[in-house]
Design a protein around this ligand. Structure first.
Ligand code: HEM
Length: 418
């Protein structure tokens, strides 16, 4: 009720009054028309003020706020909400491993955050991830081989989902027979990153979260008795975390490890098949692939929005922000800021500064899996288009009904010209 019904009513009311942010998250063109709405928000100034929160699509402001320790992550307790509302939210906490709620590291401030991140950080350094390269190549080749004999291939379900889930499950030490269940939990849980959900969507997500919690509880109990050499064992044995902290961060690593990477691959395939000139460049100069992945992340990144709350009054880049103010940072808007990216609506795999995007966030919470995601992107997309050079989409890809996670549900394709 408090997390979704009230914001939903306010957003519906604001959308009817023509507010571009509300239209972007709840209007009839939600998600799809995001670029257009982000531009409208930018036209309204560096900070667009709404009731109870502000929104920015400004690249400099987004980066400064993400890197400034005076801003914390968004939790039910730190916003300028009326006291009774905060009290009810704390008392009705379901204590499920929701990736958008503490104690997942994504929504925990230092010093606790530092403790969580240290525990698993060394497994995700560029050096550690480079060691997984061969395995990523092997899994990709396997999937591409199978794709060739799939009657009606769907490049989301048969490819883009399969690589990231296989790799993150291996890193975490989760068995291959769990892949389809983990994907299902990801599918129902992804809407929890949104606000204004309907009761049915919220309820389905909560039911699957409870199932996930039971699974991780049992799995972690096993690791406590007999640790392996996987990342979850590091989380369980490396520090003095409570069982709740362990489960929340295990679930976060899993969800963050595939939900977003799937969409980087899907969005990349959609972009490259609709920009044959860019694909031609990549075929001629394969060394451009890592840069192409950065441009895909800039142009159509998987995460559109994050948020921060000021812990005190802050003056930042000519803006005054009051203590406890919530600022929504439009990462997708910052990535199209013409002050940083000239001709931002042009998809250009040779763009020199594409990597200045904020699709992996910035500051202490910057994406732990960025090196892994970049590697998976460059290997998988290159291999797909080299193996099937005549690949084309068999009809328009179907987007998921989400705003924050910029994603496709399915992408029917033809692998050869005939
Ligand atoms: C293209 C793929 C990915 C994108 C676009 C992405 C995006 C992001 C963003 C924007 C954040 C910061 C959010 C914020 O500051 O509010 C983040 C954090 C995080 N990401 Fe990723 N991510 C990707 C892949 C991965 C992968 C493969 C993993 C593997 C484990 C991962 C794990 C995490 C974790 C654990 C955090 C929280 C870090 C912290 O709070 O310190 N991500 N990601």
């Amino acid at each position: 009720m408090l997390l979704h019904r009230l914001p939903r009513s306010y957003l519906l009311w604001s959308a009817r009054r023509g507010d571009p942010f509300a239209q972007m998250v709840i209007g009839p063109d939600r998600g799809l028309g995001s670029s257009h709405f982000m531009e409208e928000i930018r036209q309204r100034g560096r900070m667009h003020h709404m009731s109870g929160f502000s929104v920015t699509a400004d690249h400099e402001l987004c980066r400064l706020i993400l890197r400034d320790r005076r801003f914390g992550v968004v939790t039910p307790n730190n916003q300028a909400l009326p006291k009774p509302i905060r009290w009810v939210m704390t008392k009705t906490d379901l204590e499920l491993p929701n990736l958008a709620e503490p104690p997942a590291m994504l929504v925990t401030d230092p010093p606790k955050h530092t403790q969580y991140r240290r525990l698993v950080g060394q497994a995700f350094t560029p050096k550690a991830i480079a060691k997984l390269r061969e395995r990523v190549v092997e899994v990709t080749d396997d999937l591409l081989e199978r794709l060739g004999s799939t009657p009606r291939p769907d490049l989301i379900g048969d490819f883009s989902e399969q690589l990231p889930i296989a790799i993150i499950a291996e890193i975490l030490g989760l068995p291959a027979q769990m892949h389809s269940t983990l994907l299902k939990w990801g599918d129902t849980g992804a809407p929890l990153l949104e606000r204004g959900l309907t009761w049915t969507t919220f309820h389905r997500a909560i039911e699957d979260l409870a199932e996930g919690q039971r699974y991780f509880d049992q799995h972690i109990a096993g690791l406590t008795a007999e640790p392996g050499d996987d990342v979850l064992s590091m989380l369980v044995t490396g520090g003095e975390l409570t069982r709740r902290e362990q489960i929340a961060n295990a679930a976060l690593l899993l969800d963050a490890g595939f939900l977003t990477t799937v969409n980087m691959l899907g969005n990349g395939i959609a972009l490259l098949t609709s920009h044959p000139d860019q694909l031609k460049l990549l075929t001629a100069q394969p060394e451009l692939w890592p840069g192409a992945v950065e441009e895909i992340l800039r142009y159509d990144g998987p995460v559109r929005i994050t948020g921060r709350v000021a812990s005190c009054d802050v003056d930042i880049a000519d803006q005054h922000v009051k203590s406890r103010s919530l600022i929504l940072l439009l990462l997708a808007g910052a990535n199209k800021d013409p002050a940083v990216f000239p001709d931002p609506e042009r998809f250009d795999v040779t763009r020199a500064n594409a990597a200045e995007h904020v699709s992996f966030g910035s500051g202490v919470h910057s994406c732990l899996g960025a090196s892994l995601a970049r590697m998976e992107g460059a290997i998988a997309l290159r291999a797909l288009f080299e193996r099937y050079p005549d690949l084309r989409l068999n009809g328009p890809p179907i987007p998921r009904d989400l705003v924050n996670l910029n994603s496709y549900r399915s992408m029917p394709a033809k692998l050869s010209a005939n």
